[in-house]
Design a protein around this ligand. Structure first.
Ligand SMILES: [Zn+2]
Length: 345
């Protein structure tokens, strides 16, 4: 528009350069057209640029959206997977829990059973200990008797173990440890006892003949009316006399037993002894059974412990039916109580 004012500028001469004027107009028009075209192009370019820009922006958003969609899908997929995994883990946990519960229950049951068994074994150990003690005591009783008998060897070396120490053994807080320690101690004791019993058997075997011949029992069962040693004269009178044996009350005809194995040395009348049986047991030991009514053995006969040798009576220097039992060691009368004490009366 400004250009059209310029063309009507009054300073420019009107006559001569008409052509010039038209050229100028054309030039101006061209300038305007060019300007317009340029402007249009500019506007178009800008519009296109903006459109493109818009379009690219739009496409970018679409891409982003698609990308976001994909990401969302992936996230959803992952979430589902996680959900599945979580369910799997939960299920697994549940089954693990039930397994654990079952195991705990089983463990409790086992513990109870274990405790019961432990109690039983503890009881059994105590019983075993008692039995071993009884055996040891019984053996000691035999040994005490055997040790009273001379002429035999090996018995004094045998000793019994003492289980009292086992009961007082050091305590652990673990009852199983205590039980095991006691068991081991008892086993050890049983081995020691076993060894001592073996010794006993061996010693007995080597001393068997001596033991069989040794006078150990009562010739008759009855009241002892007179013991070994000094006593008032039973026949009356004053003072005392030495009594060389045991007087055991027995009605006439009572079977009299030999008190140990041996050989009959005498069977018949023998002065004040009346009808007498003498048995030789070896090792210088002899036994006398006096005042019998009859004899049941003959001289030289081999007799065993407990065998009938005579019938009791009242023969010889006697004040009534009884058995005068005498033990002689190397010819000297000794106290028979020491011998008969080896067996219960
Ligand atoms: Zn007598």
């Amino acid at each position: 528009m400004r250009r059209s004012f310029e063309t009507a500028d009054p300073l420019i001469p009107k006559s001569a350069p008409v052509k010039k004027k038209s050229i100028r107009i054309s030039y101006d028009a061209l300038r305007i057209v060019v300007s317009l075209i340029l402007t249009a192009f500019l506007i178009m370019g800008m519009s296109l640029f903006r459109i493109n820009q818009y379009k690219s922006a739009e496409s970018l958003t679409e891409q982003e959206l698609a990308e976001l969609q994909r990401e969302c899908d992936a996230l959803l997929e992952q979430t589902r997977e996680l959900q599945d995994e979580l369910s799997y883990v939960e299920n697994k946990n549940k089954s693990s829990q039930s397994i654990l519960n079952a195991q705990a229950e089983d463990l409790t049951e086992r513990t109870t059973t274990y405790q019961q068994k432990l109690d039983t074994f503890t009881q059994m150990t105590a019983e075993l200990q008692d039995k071993l003690d009884e055996l040891a005591k019984a053996k000691q009783g035999i040994l005490d008797k055997l040790n009273e008998i001379p002429y035999i060897d090996g018995f004094d070396e045998i000793a019994s173990t003492d289980t009292a120490a086992i009961m007082n053994m050091g305590y652990s807080t673990d009852p199983l440890v205590n039980l095991q320690a006691r068991f081991e101690a008892l086993l050890e004791m049983a081995e020691v006892e076993q060894a001592s019993y073996d010794k006993l058997v061996t010693a007995y075997a080597s001393a068997e003949t001596t033991l069989n011949n040794y006078p150990t029992i009562w010739p008759v069962k009855g009241a002892v009316t007179s013991t070994y040693g000094n006593r008032t004269n039973p026949m009356g009178g004053t003072g005392s006399e030495f009594h060389s044996g045991l007087d055991i009350k027995a009605s006439t005809g009572t079977p009299v037993s030999c008190t140990g194995g041996g050989v009959v040395k005498h069977a018949g009348e023998y002065g004040s002894y009346g009808i007498l049986v003498i048995v030789d047991h070896g090792n210088g030991i002899e036994t006398y059974y006096a005042h019998n009514s009859d004899v049941k053995v003959s001289v030289g006969q081999i007799v065993e412990r407990g065998q009938l040798v005579s019938l009791s009576g009242n023969t010889g220097r006697s004040t009534g039916p009884h058995v005068h039992y005498e033990v002689r060691l190397n010819g000297t009368a000794v106290n028979p109580a020491k011998y008969v004490s080896l067996m219960p009366s």
